[in-house]
Unconditional design. Sequence first.
Length: 190
Amino acid sequence: MKIYTKTGDKGTTALFGGTRVPKHHIRIESYGTVDELNSYLGLIRDQAIHQEYKDLIIHIQDRLFTLGAILATDPEKAVLKNGKDRLNISKISTEDIERLEHEMDSMNEALPPMTHFVLPGGHQTVSFCHIARCVCRRAERLATQLNDLEPFEANALTYLNRLSDYLFVLARKLTYDLRADEIKWIPEKH
């Protein structure tokens, strides 16, 4: 299979189901940003972190591929004529969302209470988490905009929301694990 097809040379791309849309379409922006997020998660996974974090990140990356497939599917062609789902893959489940919540609760038990916002940084791995969190928030903003135009399954939006929270808590936990400085944001007084 060739990587280049030349079908996108004029600024369009195909959705799953065959519909062609401009490459700047909100649907493309949405799943493209999820793909960008997935790449940053790979960067976090490549760091010297505990295997349990790496294992969960692999699971999250799988879920993000699913989410990307949902976003890349033309809603008018999502269901086949026989009534079956065109994607034929597991969807984002309530269990997927609850797993993130459980992991956040578990990490938070080991962390000091948060009394202020924190400045991103302190360690390269922590910074990667903050970048991924910001990309996740952008993916969520784009996906909610798309959902306003062409609704898709609600768990996908919830998952993105919870994932950005998870990445924030992971950044704090890695700050703790790596003994990096967590710098509180204390606004300067005039």
